[in-house]
Design a protein around this ligand. Sequence first.
Ligand SMILES: Cc1ncc(COP(=O)(O)O)c(C=O)c1O
Length: 425
Amino acid sequence: MADKPPGFDTLAIHAGGAPDSATGARITPIYQTTAFVFNDVQHASDLFALRAFGNIYTRIMNPTQSVLEGKVAALEGGTAALSVASGHAAQLLVFHTMMQPGDEFIASRQLYGGSINQFNHSFKSFGWHVVWADADDISSFEKAISPKTKAIFVESIANPGGRVTDLEAIAKVAKKAGIPLIVDNTLATPYLCQPFKHGANIVVHSLTKFMGGHGNSMGGVIVDGGNFDWSKSGKYPLLSEPNESYHGIKLHETFGGIAFAIACRVLGLRDLGPSIAPLNSFLILTGMETLGLRMQRHCDNALKVATWLSTHKNVAWVNYAGLPSDKHHALQKKYAPKGAGAVFTFGLKGGYDAGVKMVSSVKMLSHLANVGDTRSLIIHPASTTHSQLSPDQLIKAGAGPDVVRLSIGIEDADDIIADIDQAMS
Ligand SMILES: Cc1ncc(COP(=O)(O)O)c(C=O)c1O
């Protein structure tokens, strides 16, 4: 009994943190400081040369951030984590650590629209090329592999379509090609799905969403699975080759199973700079203590709303993997058995105009570009988040003209349904 590992909710409250060693404060303080005093010159020199771990400067590391990192790593079952300013910053640092100019990576087309933009446009200026694949067609990943491919990127539960990805099948493709599988686990959170158990090597999150959970703080995180050999193929020189900015240290050889998280911190975060504010780390930490309770309620409410919508006369279709009739239901049962998350789409028979009218008519739901708040949120992607995509890309991303996206909150389900009902009528 004594050896039984702690459960998810216990970890969500206790992992990563302890009473403050200096003051006894039970809650992790907001270490609102830019820099940290060295013990002596040797200590400073050891920190800068990576011979010792410790705080130097908040761009690179800070005690409030460290508690957040410990908690996320424990919940995901990873070896280490790095918290950063946003989900997009996490993605930037992950690819910065793996890619050289001219390299390629494969990504599922069924992704958050902002990630599609980041990969298609901004990453191009680094010389990193995305090759798109279809998460419902595993062979499209196999066909996209080339000698230049450095990674595969998917979302476990995809935004906005709510589809569930067959992680094990895609992990098999990645493993065969000798490249890592990166999983954006934002919509699922580790409460619903733990991608490392299904073959992922790196997990990223927008902490801005369900992890923080209250719509008040931007944040992102990279979690290292500690289960990829960065030296074997010679494809990842930042990890396998001597690093000039650290006296020739080889990061993978030196840090083993936490090398990827270390590299993202001491190279990417040091040089690109998207650090998370200590206040945001604190707010996200507070939110994460109730992750399990909130996610279960989000999922239960979402299932009630999706079931109700599926019989509504104005609704053409509902895409929610929690519905037994949904084509991703079997995958949901396998990868996210406690629930299908709270973000999903449905189609209005009235098309684009009906979508615009509906988001203008809600009273309690908030019309805004976010997901994962305690409040229920609504958006019409074709006129907002996804408006920059071509008609073809809109359809492939699950954001056609008739599509409305909901992020179901933890209010009383009857009140959510009543507001959607009045807006549709
Ligand atoms: C699935 C997913 N990944 C990544 C991001 C980007 O996160 P952030 O807005 O924190 O940069 C988002 C934002 O909506 C998202 O939904």
